[in-house]
Design a protein around this ligand. Sequence first.
Ligand code: F0G
Length: 359
Amino acid sequence: MTMDALRRSGAWGGVVEAFRERLALPAGAPTITLLEGNTPLIPAPTIGDRVGADVHLKFEGMNPTGSFKDRGMCVAVSGAVASGSKVIVCASTGNTSASAAAYAARAGLRCGVVIPEGQIALGKLAQALIHGASVIPVEGNFDDALGIVRELAETGEATLVNSVNPLRIEGQKTVAFEVVEQLGGVPPDIHCLPVGNAGNITAAWLGYTEALEVYGVDRRPAMWGAQAAGAAPIVRGERVERPQTIATAIRIGNPASWDGAVAARDSSGGTIEAVTDAEILDAYRLLASVEGVFCEPASAAGVALLLNKAAAGEVPPGATVVVTLTGHGLKDPDRVVQEIELPASVRAELDAVAPRLGL
Ligand code: F0G
């Protein structure tokens, strides 16, 4: 059945079930699922008008734990169970830990997450905690944390579920399959997305490459990746020792899938560019206020890049553009309150409320 038919029938069984034969899972691996995937591709007509293109938002915030990580985590955890692993570990800027914790709970595994102290949006931290993960904040950044869990996993006692685990990439590539299906069997001309540890751009490109065969499409989109200006190692061509950005999800100075991102950029005729925090926040507010879609700040980086490219006259008129919105806005409500002042209270009387509405 196609994804569409599955959705209509109400029988969507998640990423592993829908795409198992494409996923390089060991034979006999169980299907660990929270019914992730099959996320909406939402038209963005107002932003489309602004950039002169046909823009769609692949809203990965609609996954069970609120980010695209679920797409890869279900496959990685299915693989971990198949290999007899009892413990999974990851480093995270937040979303990977939320997803790992949920899927570990589902599969009955222990989960350890190592996170940069003080740099995780509260919603994500809450998720890791409530799902029962052992959360270990370290006095360092994501890159330090990843180094630690890589070493931990080398002991063979725990499975690493960061995107250096190939099964994560396998799962995340399915976003491209869904986009091709949702666009009626054709790929977009351009696919924009934020780049942090660079697993996702690597995975989406792999998916579009496989779509050539799976869906018989004859071309692949240009991949446009956005890094935060204070955390833009790939754009600068060198490691960033102290990455800084309000988009904490992509606050990464030494991406593990650096080579994959460069390959995706170059083979697709695409680009990886920096967007400033101010541009990210503008795009974040624009998405919420004109399209009604609330994503987290890092997720808005792809839209920020698209707006920059349009301003530079570099968006081909009428192009079909898909932008991945990687995580849900509710992950990080603190950011809204920092951007928009909470209104003061008034007396609980009509005459106090109505003027505030200009009525
Ligand atoms: N957007 C969000 C919301 C993310 O959480 C991440 C990565 C990215 C974009 C970038 O994706 O790393 O594949 O290039 N978050 C990781 C984490 C690092 O630990 O949750 P990437």
